[in-house]
Design a protein around this ligand. Sequence first.
Ligand code: PLP
Length: 387
Amino acid sequence: SFRRAHRISNLEISEIVQISERAAARKVQGYDIVSLSTGEPDFPTPDHVIEAAHGAALAGQTRYTATLGTAALRAAIADDAGARPDEVIVSTGAKQVIANAMLATLDAGDQVVMPAPYWTSYSDIVTMAGGTPVIVPCAMTEGFKLTPAALESALTPRTRWLMLNAPSNPSGAIYSREEILALAEVLARHPHVWVLSDEIYEHLNFVPFCRFVAVAPELRDRLLTVNGVSKAWSMTGWRIGWGVGPVALIKAMGAVQGQITSGACSIAQAAAVAALTGDRTLLDTRREVLRARRDLVVSALNAMPGVDCASPDGAFYAFPRITGAMAAQGHATDADFCDWLLDHHNLALVPGRAFGLPGHLRLSFAYAETDLKTGLARMASALNGGN
Ligand code: PLP
């Protein structure tokens, strides 16, 4: 009979994907569902990027590329990151960069510290790679950010990595220069701890954003920066992400990748070169659209009884606390609350527990304003009317 490997005995499809799939299934059954559950911009991939892909395919760039990525894309990334091309690996989405890094470095029992709320996949990837996630809850009152004291007390001799993500999915939190410096000061005392800084939402910021490497260059020899084109350039389906870090780590990640995918898609890599080197004014335009949506969403959420929402500094998610609303509606958990919204009010949202911080939910505002307004009106009427 079938038996799973121990490593993945409890691994499931991401809760975010499960909810999106449940919402899609109800839509097929004829329900008029509004889903604000997915972290995927509704904007199209820019035309010049699509044209570059077309051109590359016609020009014969249809073969295996070097495992670590094409010379052109690694050069463009190195240029963007202020690094050398041999410090760059290109992978099939930022997710694979993270998976490569964990598979390349973790032994059984190695610990990875992650502030919660964290992106759902972090803990699953670490577990899949045989490591142990060490989750540090960071409350809304702390801006959902890791404090130096909380970091210090989470570190042990078995800590291999600290995983940071800013702008954060799901909280939108961005660490200021001072906050990064304070964390770096702790890390300086623990030279065995490496840092993974996931900056995939870099360009989706409403306050100034600092790259970790720019603030703490002294940690460069144990820092992996993760980024990609998925979010800023609306290229989720093209599956291109990258890591920038010390050559020994990049080589180890390349060894893993070489046995899993052989490397990223040649045509998508050509498209990513066009994204990185092309005109970036559209990033500014889209940021302002998202800012307007953010303001709409945050004020609508705060007007609902039992809902408390901080204004996110970046990314495209609101992460309100809903403990008051849960109690008022008789739901013991945020998952029950989200099930109720989907089953009775045709609105799909993701419970906070999927991000390691229960008592919240995540609403993605990477959707058209009409969908946002309809979804928010449904939630408001659910909370004001009940049933
Ligand atoms: N990192 C974070 C924080 C994300 O939210 C996501 C996507 O949701 C990713 C990485 C993965 O990006 P990609 O689609 O490039 O694999």
